[in-house]
Design a protein around this ligand. Structure first.
Ligand code: PLP
Length: 456
């Protein structure tokens, strides 16, 4: 397994050929999922005592398995938050794997961590946070949100008055599901302001006013969203920051999806107030064109994150001297052993320059405006609301929820597009509608037209 022989060389060439084909292809298929039993019937036993051989296994992958995935970078994959990693980032992801770098401590991963930090410095500069703010790359937004919540809670519990309390956070129903999920993991209570439109300082203040004395004692943080996943809405970060300051609450901004838009001059003002955050989540694997998986958590005060996350162990002591060695990413988030997952982003930034990132994000924003104008001009379609960032919610007049589901499956079945329905809360009513989320700058106006035409 660890020797170099002719089989290994052939396998390496085959893999490189496949990767070059994938990266240079201009048309990808939208794959269709199959049931696990069908896949098992097609590929048979693959994990056996003697192995089935690399060539055979690779053939199975190409013939039966690769085609059942829906590539997130397909220009007509506009579901969830899609992605569009740059070719440079993908190629350096291979180097990241091939280099076997342990990215926890500088002592072992200096070169990789140095590059990650160069990329991180640029991300932090987009936020406007003061000197001393910095961050680390995580496995995604969920891990970043958890790392931030745990840091905030540990800081709050430094006060002996709160030692035995669970803690409470406030967010809104527009927040991503990971906030609720991570509050559960951290055993923190959560109150959700009941509006999917942008959360304001006023609404936050009103909610704080309804808390019992004990709840107010336990309240330690507010999570605002910098681009809701469903609709791209940015909370009123300036007024929320002010309430957090007055009430002495930790201010976290989840900009996992929207954070990439900090680079775009046309919408940067919508994030005003993010520079007052105590912590911020931004996912480079969303709108910074990195391959999966790559999230980031940023802190105004890194020492607080270190207090919360630094792991102790006799075998770790040698690695821990930041003075002698350098920056240790493990100390600032929940993971010990880690891939230097910011390395592909660094290579892509170094290759293309940050202006190209600005252009690519602006194109996503422009595509949302183009889609909105096409929808408005269409007699059978209507906007549910004006686009926010790159999310567009729209309805097909006369359709019931099952019509949207049927249409999604039909387009997916044909290998044409993946556009999925969502719900939008209007007053007390949840309306099912269709949703676009644009990330890929290669999506064309014609792609959007064809998708809309398929609704009539
Ligand atoms: C606003 C927001 N926060 C958090 C997440 C979770 O991020 P991840 O899937 O990278 O864990 C997402 C994912 O879409 C998101 O949009």
């Amino acid at each position: 397994m660890h020797h170099i022989d002719i089989d290994l060389i052939e396998m390496t060439l085959d893999v490189m050929k496949y990767v070059i084909g994938r990266v240079s292809a201009t048309e990808h298929q939208i794959g269709k999922p199959k049931k696990a039993e069908e896949l098992k019937a097609a590929v048979g036993e693959t994990v056996t005592a003697k192995g089935v051989g690399g060539e055979y296994a690779f053939d199975l992958w190409k013939k039966h398995l690769a085609t059942t995935n829906v590539p997130v970078d397909h220009p007509r994959n506009l579901a969830f938050v899609p992605a569009s990693p740059t070719k440079a980032a993908i190629m350096f992801d291979l180097i990241t794997s091939a280099s076997s770098i342990h990215g926890a401590y500088w002592m072992e991963g200096a070169g990789g961590i140095f590059c990650e930090n160069e990329a991180m410095r640029w991300i932090v500069s987009l936020t406007g946070l003061p000197n001393g703010a910095f961050g680390v790359f995580t496995s995604g937004g969920t891990a970043a949100n958890l790392s931030a919540i745990v840091t905030a809670r540990e800081h709050w519990r430094e006060n002996p008055k709160y030692k035995r309390e669970n803690g409470l956070i406030i967010t809104s129903i527009g927040a991503h599901s990971s906030i609720k999920a991570m509050a559960k993991v951290a055993d923190v209570d959560i109150i959700m302001v009941d509006s999917e439109e942008h959360l304001t300082g006023e609404a936050l203040k009103e909610t704080i006013g309804t808390l019992t004395e004990h709840q107010r004692k336990c309240l330690f943080a507010v999570v605002a969203t910098g681009g809701t996943t469903n609709a791209g809405i940015i909370d009123d970060l300036e007024s929320i920051a002010q309430v957090c300051e007055e009430e002495k609450l930790w201010f976290h901004v989840d900009a996992a999806y929207g954070g990439g838009a900090l680079v775009a001059d046309s919408v940067r003002h919508l994030f005003n107030g993010i520079d007052k955050a105590d912590s911020i989540t931004i996912d480079p694997h969303k709108w910074m064109f990195s391959p999966y998986d790559c999230g980031a958590v940023i802190y105004k005060n890194m020492a607080l994150a270190k207090n919360a996350h630094s792991q102790q162990g006799s075998y770790l002591e040698i690695f821990k001297d930041e003075g002698a060695h350098g920056f240790n990413p493990t100390d600032y988030q929940i993971q010990l052993t880690r891939r230097v997952r910011g390395l592909p982003l660094w290579f892509s930034l170094a290759t293309h320059g940050t202006d190209r990132y600005k252009e690519a994000v602006e194109r996503g924003l422009e595509l949302a405006q183009i889609a909105a104008r096409l929808i408005e001009a269409h007699p059978d379609l209507e906007l549910v609301r004006e686009p926010s960032l790159s999310c567009v919610l729209y309805r097909r007049k006369g359709w019931q929820p099952e019509d949207y589901t049927h249409w999604t499956y039909e387009n997916h079945e044909k290998g044409f597009a993946l556009v999925t329905p969502t719900k939008w809360k209007n007053g007390d009513v949840y309306e099912t509608c269709s949703r676009f989320c644009f990330i890929n700058p290669d999506t064309t106006e014609r792609d959007i037209e064809m998708i809309l035409e398929s609704m009539v």
